[in-house]
Design a protein around this ligand. Structure first.
Ligand SMILES: [Zn+2]
Length: 110
């Protein structure tokens, strides 16, 4: 998954095309993510007991991640991300670390 929780993403398709939002949750098996304020659906809940009121709940429906693009926090542009391995020195030993990086500005992302 190239998109993780907390990322800022730009929507490339659908009714909220062009908008940006924060990723609330990712569903790796389904290749989907839900984004704050994007692709909102309204769920109507009927009153269950007498005297209770029905409710409308708005929630962001998960979108396919192929319709999303990460907005790089470093260069602030919609960018492609990739993974690479970097070598780090940890307690005197060389360790390989997998990092996400922005293909536009080449900076490592969290
Ligand atoms: Zn960047």
């Amino acid at each position: 998954m190239k998109i993780i929780k907390g990322d800022k993403v730009k929507v490339l398709a659908g009714k909220d095309k062009g908008k940006t939002g924060k990723v609330l949750q990712v569903f790796p098996q389904k290749q989907r993510a839900s984004i704050e304020g994007i692709n909102l659906l309204i769920k109507h809940l009927r009153p269950r007991r007498q005297g209770e009121q029905g409710q409308r709940i708005e929630f962001p429906a998960p979108m396919n991640i192929s319709n999303l693009m990460l907005v790089c926090p470093k260069c602030n542009k919609p960018a492609r991300v990739a993974y690479k391995y970097i070598e780090l020195e940890k307690e005197g030993k060389k360790v390989k670390n997998k990092v996400r990086y922005c293909k536009k500005c080449d900076q490592a992302l969290s």
